[in-house]
Design a protein around this ligand. Structure first.
Ligand code: CO
Length: 132
């Protein structure tokens, strides 16, 4: 069912420093910072030939990633995103498999429908499924 790895999201304590690290130390192509108030985050996209890395930083204390940063002050991998053909088919399959979907289908950071799967069902890793 899952296809390409769309992105890996890393929550970072300092977006400017994280961007410089990927750009200067790793020689990666990085975007300008983008604020996504509806998701409570500021994001920098690191463009790789085969996928993306998203550097996420909370916009406020109410951000969904603020708690993560509290528990992981140095930052860390937050989720991995896999592409699926049809989000409703994917959600139905996850339910049939007894896997816990966090919330409902929503529109993700790329304007496409996504669901998030509970880390306890997937080896400790929060998984985002995004319709391509
Ligand atoms: Co994501």
């Amino acid at each position: 069912m899952i296809g390409k790895l769309n992105h890996v999201a890393i929550v970072v304590p300092n977006l400017e420093a994280a961007t410089a690290l990927y750009r200067d130390a790793l020689g990666a192509k990085v975007s300008e910072p983008l604020s996504l108030p509806e998701h409570g985050v500021q994001v920098v996209f690191v463009e790789l030939p085969n996928t993306k890395v998203e550097l996420l930083h909370p916009l406020s204390d109410k951000s969904p990633v603020a708690g993560f940063l509290e528990k992981n002050p140095g930052g860390g991998i937050h989720h991995m995103c896999y592409e699926v053909d049809d989000i409703q088919v994917a959600a139905a399959r996850m339910r049939a498999e007894g896997k816990k979907i966090l919330g409902d289908v929503k529109i993700g950071a790329h304007g496409k429908p996504v669901i998030f799967m509970h880390p306890k069902d997937f080896l400790g890793c929060l998984i985002e499924l995004e319709q391509k």
